[in-house]
Design a protein around this ligand. Structure first.
Ligand SMILES: [Mg+2]
Length: 351
């Protein structure tokens, strides 16, 4: 873990890798402050990268989408699971090899661009099946994919996100379509490329020649676990999927270095966002000495939150106890403000 030497969190890093949905935008609208954060990092000399599991858009399309939202982005700064999957296939198979593509046109284009041949049926003799999200994926191509894998083709999934955010609520994501083949074949894909695998983050760091990268995400099970696996520091922002209750219950391999309400924390002291480290080297806050008006009192495997103040401060104090043995259900409220906060997080201790 990087020791803080700068007066603001981002100052300790030479590359910031952003997840997109839930961090930079929400479905189709920019998250307030994201464009400004990117500009401020750039003007301070920090490199920027964007890493997305979504395999239905190409890097150039993603850069154009971001730019259209007022967030500056170059195609070379964007890493998609589609592009990374095609690159992996190109390493493994000779030029022109037939690849059965289950997914969007963007995924077929990525395969074509690395010199391989996208095909659609078992009769074309595919050496691999590449499966990514596409709104038109149906039974017929899944059936061809099942036959191809059974015949010995390598099965590569761009990502296994179970859901895809939409204005109407979560929709089936590529993980749900991978589950169709998993069920039919009674086995897992040979390779999953996207987060939580570390490939996108590592490529971003290599491309930027970064020595101290920071990954920012909204999901513990993809972004943060990916950063932990890649050996990078990470920041969880609470503007997307994972919430306070998820963070409190996070297993060790899904614990971020920092948590913040939003990206503005990048420009404040790191100490205000830092979570207890993996060695259990919790700060002196662990023994019930609170900050910002909150206090956590631990009694064995139970803990009481009382006081009032900034919700993120309460969350950081509570992580100190839940990450060292207090079950989330054993947190109770000792003040009206605490009760209100725990209820807003959906925790049982509020009643
Ligand atoms: Mg996200």
């Amino acid at each position: 873990m990087t020791k803080s030497v700068s007066d603001h969190l981002a100052g300790d890093y030479d590359l910031v890798i952003f997840d997109l949905d839930g961090v930079v935008f929400l479905i189709d609208k920019p998250i307030p402050g994201a464009a400004e954060a990117v500009e401020r990092l750039r003007s301070g000399g920090t490199s920027i990268a964007y890493a997305t599991n979504n395999a239905s858009r190409r890097a150039g399309d993603v850069a154009a989408l971001l730019t259209g939202m007022g967030v500056s982005a170059e195609p070379a700064e964007v890493l998609t699971s589609a592009g990374a999957s095609a690159a992996l296939l190109a390493e493994r198979f000779p030029a022109g090899a037939p690849i059965l593509v289950v997914g969007a046109e963007a995924l077929r284009a990525e395969v074509r661009d690395v010199g391989l041949t996208p095909v659609g049926s078992l009769e074309d003799g595919p050496v691999a099946v590449l499966q990514g999200y596409g709104p038109d994926v149906g039974w017929k191509v899944l059936a061809e994919a099942a036959l191809a894998v059974r015949a010995g083709a390598t099965w590569i999934a761009t990502n296994t996100d179970r859901t895809l955010p939409s204005p109407r609520g979560p929709l089936p994501g590529n993980g749900s379509l991978v589950a169709v083949l998993r069920t039919a074949l009674d086995r897992d894909p040979d390779v999953v490329v996207g987060k939580p695998q570390p490939a996108l983050f590592r490529t971003a760091a290599t491309q930027a020649r970064a020595r101290r990268p920071l990954a920012i995400g909204d999901r513990l099970d993809t972004d943060i676990q990916g950063a932990v696996t890649a050996g990078m520091d990470s920041l969880l922002v609470l503007t997307g999927v994972s919430g306070p209750a998820d963070l409190l219950a996070a297993p060790e391999d899904r614990r971020p270095t920092f948590v913040a309400a939003d990206l503005s924390a990048l420009f404040r002291p790191a100490s205000g966002s830092r979570l207890p480290g993996p060695a259990g080297a919790a700060s002196d806050e662990a023994d019930g000495v609170g900050a910002e008006g909150w206090r956590v009192t631990r009694d064995g495997d139970r803990a009481v939150l009382d006081g009032s103040g900034d919700p993120v401060e309460a969350l950081r104090l509570l992580c100190v106890v839940t990450w060292t043995g207090v079950p989330v259900e054993a947190i109770t409220a000792g003040s009206g403000g605490a009760r209100e906060l725990l209820r807003s997080w959906g925790l049982p201790g509020s009643h």
